[in-house]
Design a protein around this ligand. Structure first.
Ligand code: NAD
Length: 253
């Protein structure tokens, strides 16, 4: 048994930083051709791509705002035009956008959060299905511990959106099992990335750290193995509709 990513084509949305960047590098290190999607962080995306190529891997950049259906669909098609096929779609782009309590919500903010975390997944999955059917490929969605325990301060819509996509994974896994396509999710706990640099106060991160049995926040690299495992037909070929929690014991399902 091996991870067997050699020559597999893997699209990582939001692959320029954090969990997506670590995952893109891990797939490339295991022989995959990696398509790195990014929206605005061109320099960071280029750095990930350069690092992969310097290590002898294959990668290319695909700019698109996947919160817009048309761009999410176009990026899937562009990857297939570039690499000839798609084996693994990793729907990882996502985020809080901002922290806002219920009484401060606006329709515009609602749309931003749901478009980024849910519409992006729905649109890219739909675009990927015909290609994944050909390769008997699979999809991995980045969920969140917040889907199970609720969001932190001002993160209600974010938490609900992650619950939505983890639920979509279950439905899609049933809908497309007959076509040989698997759907799973990775549900990170508190992973120290730009996400928390931007949105979480250091004293809150200290409190969270104290609540984690393993005694530290996660790192992006802590998550990458779960994506590799789920993507591998050899290792996880009979696993679909499931979530792997990566959280140092922060939450146990
Ligand atoms: P991050 O901010 O480094 O990564 C988010 C990535 O998504 C960035 O590369 C960003 O450029 C990209 N992105 C944002 N909007 C986009 C858009 N419209 N189109 C394309 N790309 C876009 O933070 P991260 O922690 O690595 O987050 C990655 C995923 O993990 C997100 O879905 C996030 O919700 C999820 N997550 C993070 C944590 C955590 O504690 N860090 C916990 C649970 C889930």
């Amino acid at each position: 048994m091996n991870i067997s990513m050699k020559d597999k084509v893997v699209l990582v949305t939001g692959g320029s930083t954090g969990i997506g960047a670590a995952t893109a590098k891990a797939f490339a290190a295991n022989g995959a051709k990696v398509a790195i999607n990014y929206a605005r962080s061109t320099d960071a995306a280029q750095a990930v791509c350069d690092e992969i190529k310097a290590a002898g891997g294959v990668a290319d950049l695909f700019q698109a705002d996947v919160s817009q259906s048309s761009q999410a669909r176009d990026v899937v098609d562009a990857v297939v035009r570039r690499f000839g096929q798609l084996d693994v779609l990793i729907c990882n782009a996502g985020g809080l956008v901002d922290r806002k309590g219920l009484l401060d919500l606006t329709d515009e903010f609602y749309d931003q959060v749901l478009d980024l975390n849910v519409r992006s997944v729905v649109a890219s999955c739909a675009a990927a299905i015909p290609h994944l059917e050909k390769t008997r490929g699979n999809v991995i969605v980045t969920g969140s511990v917040a889907s199970q325990i609720g969001g932190g301060a001002g993160a209600s819509l974010y938490a609900a959106s992650k619950a939505a996509v983890q639920n979509l994974v279950k439905t899609y896994s049933k809908e497309f099992a007959g076509k040989g396509i698997r759907f799973n999710s990775v549900s990170p706990g508190t992973i120290y990335t730009l996400f928390h640099e931007r949105h979480t106060k250091p004293e809150v991160l200290d409190m969270i750290t104290k609540s984690i049995p393993m005694g530290r926040l996660g790192k992006p690299e802590d998550c990458a193995g779960a994506y590799l495992f789920l993507a591998s037909h050899d290792l996880a070929g009979y696993i679909t509709g499931q979530t792997i929690e990566v959280n140092g014991g922060q939450f146990m399902a």
